[in-house]
Design a protein around this ligand. Structure first.
Ligand code: 13P
Length: 388
């Protein structure tokens, strides 16, 4: 090629690049008018959300309130004292190799500020393994006035100050669990309140550097069929995303924690993992923008085995988001039973945790077969009217 022509082409490319840059700038300036506020933490939120939503990993939900943790400890004959709660959480966060399968751990406020018996803050135990520390920030559910047994979630007052404290302590993501109860309606007022509360919380968490997990749990309770769950879940997520958008929440910096779409626990019907996956993904594809990095399911009272098989079925074809787990009961049931509050059982209990975490990691990758599972993995954990 003659040098003059090569130079002309080179110049042409530079002009084209400049024009493209100018076009991008004018587009982004035009869009900027639509954005009310670019948050100080935007880049960090996106990075945190993507770290948590990384291939083959999911979340360990270990944020039971002191009351709920007491119920768990009571089931194995262990007294609900601060030190016993600490010992149990130490077992979880010091499990060797956990970071290979677990990308984030949600803690209750008490746990976030606790340390191991050797004096190492739990936050550091997690970070050493590449696990992002998280914090439950809601203040629990209370009955909704003038409703048929519905509830609303407290915790917005003082939330910004608390989030700032949690960030200082090392937390980088948050959880707020609101519930939708199909047996009680759900009424529009309860559903709207759930969605609005989640959106207000998400905006405040992001403003303080915490990636919000958005969790409108649709309870398993009820005799309804799977189509009813699909309809209620679709309404719930439509409202939730409407309010998240209204609150200018950065979708790239959130994670969702939905219930899987199944028939009600008292319907007498069980659906196959393929059917649960088909309904759940249909609902999510209709409602969740692809800008959201991760969908981290709750187990909601399903057995360890069921929740892993259902997750695996959802990962048989590519999804627009990382589809993974954020289980409490379905990761901890066998662990607790193995531990029994006895120091001598810690290694075996940690091996049980690794077993469940690995099974769910394989399910996140769509490669779980269910081979070699213990009988206890098949035990259901559904409790009517479960509170967390
Ligand atoms: P389950 O997996 O036991 O439903 O709990 C998940 C959770 O963290 C609920 O908020």
């Amino acid at each position: 090629m003659a040098p003059a022509i090569a130079n002309k082409n080179f110049m042409g490319k530079r002009v084209a690049a400049r024009q493209a840059r100018a076009a991008r700038v004018s587009v982004s300036r035009r869009n900027a008018r639509l954005v009310c506020k670019a948050g100080a933490y935007d880049e960090e939120l996106i990075a945190t959300a993507n770290t948590i939503a990384s291939a083959g990993r999911g979340i360990l939900a270990m944020d039971e309130s002191n009351g709920t943790c007491g119920i768990r400890l009571d089931s194995i004959g262990v007294e609900n004292t601060e030190d016993n709660r600490r010992a149990y959480r130490q077992l979880l966060v010091t499990t060797p190799g956990l970071g290979e399968y677990i990308s984030g751990a949600i803690m209750f406020e008490e746990t976030l500020f606790q340390s191991s018996s050797e004096g190492k803050p739990f936050v550091d135990c997690l970070k050493e393994q590449g696990i992002v520390p998280g914090i439950k920030v809601d203040k629990g559910l209370v009955p909704m006035a003038n409703s048929n047994g519905e509830s609303w979630c407290q915790g917005l007052d003082g939330l910004a100050e608390r989030c700032a404290e949690y960030y200082k302590q090392g937390a980088r993501f948050a959880k707020w669990r609101s519930v939708v109860n199909i047996t009680a309606g759900p009424t529009d007022k309860a559903l709207n309140d759930c969605a609005y509360g989640l959106a207000r919380y998400a905006a405040i968490a992001q403003d303080n550097g915490l990636v919000p997990i958005v969790e409108p749990e649709i309870l398993l309770d009820g005799e309804h069929d799977i189509d009813t769950t699909l309809e209620v879940a679709s309404r719930t997520w439509a409202q939730t995303f409407k309010y998240l958008a209204d609150q200018d929440v950065l979708f790239e910096g959130i994670l969702l924690k939905p219930s899987m779409v199944t028939p009600g626990a008292d319907s007498g019907t069980k659906c196959s993992p393929e059917t649960v996956a088909e309904y759940t993904l249909k609902m999510l594809n209709r409602r969740v923008p692809p800008a959201v990095p991760g969908i981290m399911f709750l187990s909601g009272g399903q057995s360890e085995l069921e929740s892993t098989l259902n997750l695996n079925a959802m990962n048989q074809t590519p999804n627009p988001w990382h589809v993974s787990f954020s289980y409490a009961r379905a990761l901890q049931n066998t662990v607790l039973k193995t531990w029994q509050g006895d120091e001598a059982n810690v290694d075996a209990a940690q091996a049980a945790l690794i077993g469940r975490a690995k099974a769910n990691s394989l399910a996140q990758l769509g490669k779980y077969t269910g081979d070699g599972e213990s009988a206890s993995a098949g035990e259901g954990m559904y409790e009517k009217g479960y509170t967390y």
